[in-house]
Design a protein around this ligand. Structure first.
Ligand code: FPP
Length: 250
């Protein structure tokens, strides 16, 4: 078993209590462009390696029994990037989904997508539908990929959906609670992340999971996403486990 190796290896895994993992980890995939620039490569090379890193980390999360992993792959603002960079990211997503369709059932990994998917190509949306259909038959680790996602846009979208239900007479504004509003978010049914990891050295949320991260422990590292390893994940989880979570209490 891989865990036995990590536990014995003297790595940061030794500081992780694998019986007390967070249920849900969220990650902002940041630093791909700088990783490539430092090597004199085009930014797109960073995204290619970044997508391999995602495979490695997602597989490892499943191996250690994490229930939910959510990653920020493409924001509502990322469309402003040069067309070839956008095309490369979309191409990598397509490749990932094609592979996932072949392997999800075997690996018992569910995929879900958060964001406004309407501007995606018909081909990509069709792959998303196929992944969703397969996921519906599975029970394993739920990996959510945020595409054309923005935290504020998600909240506005949820508010609109709630207003529509009010107008249709299905619900009343005065009955709205935080628990009910969560059902209108893209993340409906998924517990909030206990741990948010941001590689790449920036110290901000960048409009990621604004509602859901209200009480998340934040872990920032200078390591760029393509260099992010299982050891980095261990460090983040160990840091999370060392913190005292009081949720406003004492
Ligand atoms: C941020 O780094 C990264 C992105 C905007 C794209 C992330 C996409 C992938 C890793 C590929 C596909 C994803 C999956 C889940 C298969 P950046 O370019 O902003 O880095 P920088 O801050 O160094 O410029």
């Amino acid at each position: 078993m891989k865990l036995a190796f990590w536990k014995k290896s003297g790595s940061a895994a030794g500081q992780v209590d694998f019986d007390r993992l967070p249920r849900h980890i969220a990650i902002i995939l940041d630093g791909n462009g700088r990783w490539a620039k430092r090597r004199g490569l085009p930014r797109t090379a960073g995204h290619k390696v970044g997508s391999e890193t995602f495979r490695t980390i997602a597989t490892y999360c499943r191996d250690i029994g994490l229930e939910y992993l959510t990653v920020y792959a493409f924001s509502t603002e990322n469309w402003k990037r040069p067309q070839d960079e956008v095309d490369t990211i979309m191409g990598l997503l397509k490749r990932y989904l094609l592979e996932a369709i072949e392997t999800m059932e075997r690996d018992n990994v569910r995929l879900r997508f958060m964001g406004d998917l309407t501007p995606l190509s018909g081909e990509l949306r069709e792959l998303v539908d196929r992944c969703n259909a397969i996921s519906g038959r599975l029970t394993g680790c739920l990996c959510s990929i945020c595409i054309n996602y923005g935290g504020r846009a998600e909240i506005v979208h949820g508010a609109k959906m709630f207003a529509k239900d009010c107008a249709a007479g299905a619900v009343k504004p005065e009955d709205l609670t935080e628990d009910i509003f969560e059902k209108y978010l893209y993340s409906a049914g998924i517990p909030s992340p206990e741990l948010l990891i941001r590689p790449g050295g920036e110290l901000r949320l960048s409009n990621f999971l604004l509602w859901q991260c209200a009480y998340a422990e934040l872990y920032f590292t200078d390591v760029l996403w393509p260099d992010f390893t299982r050891e980095e994940l261990h460090r983040a989880i160990a840091a999370y486990q060392s913190r005292d979570r009081r949720f406003g209490g004492i």
